[in-house]
Design a protein around this ligand. Structure first.
Ligand code: CDV
Length: 314
């Protein structure tokens, strides 16, 4: 029996350093309205959706970073209009933001996403686990990728949530490159995975054709969705942010691994798909019946070893 829910991916174009929260929230609210007019009941927004992708900049003063890029409250008076609009339309949403929290007696910083119910309540939280980039100042580089400086590794694990009659998992950007993250969600019965991203068009580390970066993004999305028999909604913040370009290609991928909707701009753009949550059931009962076919006794190295240790020559 089919179980349908119309889901939107609300891609954001660039947010510049000078853009205020009020301006950004207005754009988010407009996209939420557009998604509502298209019949969507659940909207997925990008990673760090309220600010420019600030890990590209080196800042010495943490107070300035906290003030400009982190949210000490969610919702706050500035972000509340998004929650209000979603509640008005009875829409649930996923959104990413820089979370500043006092835990264990100290200020802690996470790259966070939340699930907000159609009643406007936060019902799920994920803190990004795979933080790419570096913590040192790469002075000669065209831009920085300082997620290892500005964020701690997430401490909430990979969890699923009962959300709007779905079993939903959350990931953030670089997590999409790690099959382990998807499998941990799959093992909890995930039917849908939502993920926001910010991916620079240029490779910071070595020259790489931009099309290849998009190619990697798309093949990973298709493979991860199929191998875990989940719906996958991946949403970009993209376009030019003060001259720094990030690619779009926000996608909704079926458990069959097909891209069923994709953006075609690097601007604010809403796409929708009528998602049938029952789609993955056959796959989960046969090819990817994890209980029947997995052999974890042979996978031990995956959790025992982090990096490569080449087998010595005989
Ligand atoms: N925001 C990210 O995590 N971006 C990374 C870039 C640095 C490669 C990504 O995996 O897309």
């Amino acid at each position: 029996m089919s179980r349908k829910i119309r889901i939107a991916a609300a891609q954001l174009g660039g947010i510049h350093l000078a853009d205020t929260r009020a301006v950004v929230v207005k754009r988010l609210v407009e996209m939420l309205r557009e998604a509502a007019s298209m019949g969507a009941k659940f909207v997925v927004f990008p990673e760090l959706a309220f600010t420019t992708f600030f890990p590209r900049y080196w800042y010495e003063d943490q107070t300035e970073v906290d003030r400009k890029f982190f949210e000490a409250m969610m919702p706050s008076p500035e972000t509340q209009p998004l929650f209000d609009e979603a509640k008005k339309h009875g829409i649930g949403f996923y959104i990413g933001y820089g979370e500043l929290v006092n835990e264990e007696g100290r200020a802690r910083h996470f790259n966070t996403s939340i699930l907000v119910s159609p009643e406007g309540k936060i019902v799920g939280k994920y803190r990004k686990i795979h933080l790419p980039g570096h913590a040192d100042h790469k002075k000669g580089a065209a831009f920085q990728h300082l997620e290892k400086k500005y964020f701690e590794v997430g401490n909430l694990g990979f969890r699923t949530f009962r959300f709007m009659d779905m079993i939903a998992g959350m990931l953030i950007c670089n997590d999409r490159r790690w099959p382990e993250a998807f499998r941990v969600l799959g093992l909890q019965g995930a039917e849908i995975v939502t993920l926001g991203f910010n991916t620079p068009t240029e490779n910071l580390h070595y020259p790489e054709p931009p099309h290849l970066r998009v190619h990697h993004h798309l093949i990973m999305a298709q493979a991860m969705a199929f191998q875990n028999a989940v719906w996958l909604v991946e949403v970009a913040k993209c376009g030019f942010e003060d001259g720094f370009r990030m690619f779009g290609h926000s996608v909704i991928v079926s458990p069959g691994g097909e891209i069923v909707a994709k953006t075609n701009s690097e601007e604010d753009e809403v796409i929708v798909h009528n998602v049938d949550l029952s789609y993955g059931e056959n796959l989960r009962k046969t090819m990817f019946n994890l209980a029947a076919h997995r052999r974890p006794e042979h996978y031990k190295l995956i959790v025992e070893r982090t990096g490569v240790e080449v087998t010595p020559a005989n």
